[in-house]
Design a protein around this ligand. Structure first.
Ligand SMILES: [Ca+2]
Ligand SMILES: [Ca+2]
Ligand SMILES: [Ca+2]
Length: 318
């Protein structure tokens, strides 16, 4: 039959092409989990990190980034650290991290996080599945280096994951705690009063320079706070022992005084006296020692020892 001059095709089977474009619009990358290691205080939830006295500490931020289009769609994962009461920030691009095969064995981040209670075992297994089986996620890592002078407190970590359409997802934020430590350093290995005479104060002055014993003589006593929060200083002394005609004698600890930084001088004792110095991290301060031999001190060589201890504060138990 002719219709309008054309023959009409009749078929039991017809095939037409289909077409769709999957772009990243509407399917942004996101962050499903985030945690920080090492967690050095397992009995308390979240991550607690101890500073290294006089040194630095690396804190690894682990980010599980995912994308509904599959993990090959994830382009950039970033971690931002906010610290010192939010006055200091640092942003790092995270790299794909080595992934362990199990949440219960081996030495890797997911196992360590599970051991520390930062992830439940179910969460950890879910993460492994989304990475290994469903190929939706990847584990990323960024490392921040904290100094011993960085103050103690909560440090906030924010992570974002982006695909080629941008970073439209809501960033994930959590916190870890940078612990407060007290750590003291001194540059002198001996306090040598030299020749003394009864009733005459003999002074060993301090200075504010951390010196190296044996290189620049004399080393003048200096104390330094190598922890992260302000520090007071406790000094104790033993009695100084001598011998007169074979009989043991001594100069009492209280015959020595010390003066730390700008604090008033105090007579030393065997139990220790505290100087309310509030020394800031790595701000060296002088210690001056004075020995006044009391009347009746016989001729001898006297030796004893001094102990310098840091404390958070003189007024309460550290
Ligand atoms: Ca996507
Ligand atoms: Ca913990
Ligand atoms: Ca010195």
């Amino acid at each position: 039959m002719l219709l309008g001059g054309y023959a009409m095709a009749v078929s039991a089977l017809d095939t037409v092409p289909t077409e769709a474009i999957m772009n990243c619009q509407g399917n942004p990358s996101n962050v499903s989990y985030k945690f920080e290691l090492p967690d050095e205080y397992l009995n308390f939830s979240r991550t607690q990190v101890y500073p290294v006295p006089g040194g630095t500490k690396d804190v690894d931020v682990y980010i599980v980034a995912c994308d509904p289009n599959g993990n090959s769609d994830i382009k950039t994962v970033r971690a931002m650290l906010n610290w010192t009461n939010n006055t200091k920030t640092e942003t790092k691009t995270a790299a794909v991290a080595t992934l362990g095969s199990s949440c219960t064995s081996g030495k890797q981040a997911l196992k360590n996080a599970t051991d520390a209670g930062l992830l439940t075992l179910a969460e950890c297994n879910e993460i492994l599945d989304t990475i290994n089986i469903y190929k939706l996620c990847k584990l990323y890592k960024a490392t921040f280096t904290l100094d011993n002078c960085d103050t103690s407190g909560w440090y906030h970590v924010t992570a974002t994951a982006c695909d080629d359409c941008g970073c439209g997802c809501v960033p994930e934020t959590n916190s870890f705690f940078y612990k407060s430590i007290v750590a003291v350093d001194i540059d002198f290995t001996k306090v040598n009063y030299g020749p003394i005479s009864v009733g005459n104060p003999q002074t060993v002055p301090g200075n504010s320079i951390m010196q190296t014993p044996g290189v620049a003589l004399p080393v003048l006593p200096t104390v330094q706070n190598i922890g992260n929060d302000p520090m007071d200083v406790i000094i104790s002394a033993t009695d100084m022992a001598g011998s007169c005609g074979g009989v043991p004698v001594s100069i009492p600890a209280s015959a020595q005084t010390a003066k730390v930084d700008g604090e008033p001088k105090q007579a030393l004792s065997t139990t220790g006296v505290c100087f309310d110095t509030n020394l800031m991290c790595e701000m060296p301060a002088p210690i001056e020692f004075v020995l006044t031999a009391p009347a009746g001190t016989c001729t001898s060589t006297y030796t004893g020892s001094l102990t310098v201890t840091g404390t958070k504060t003189c007024t309460t138990t550290p």
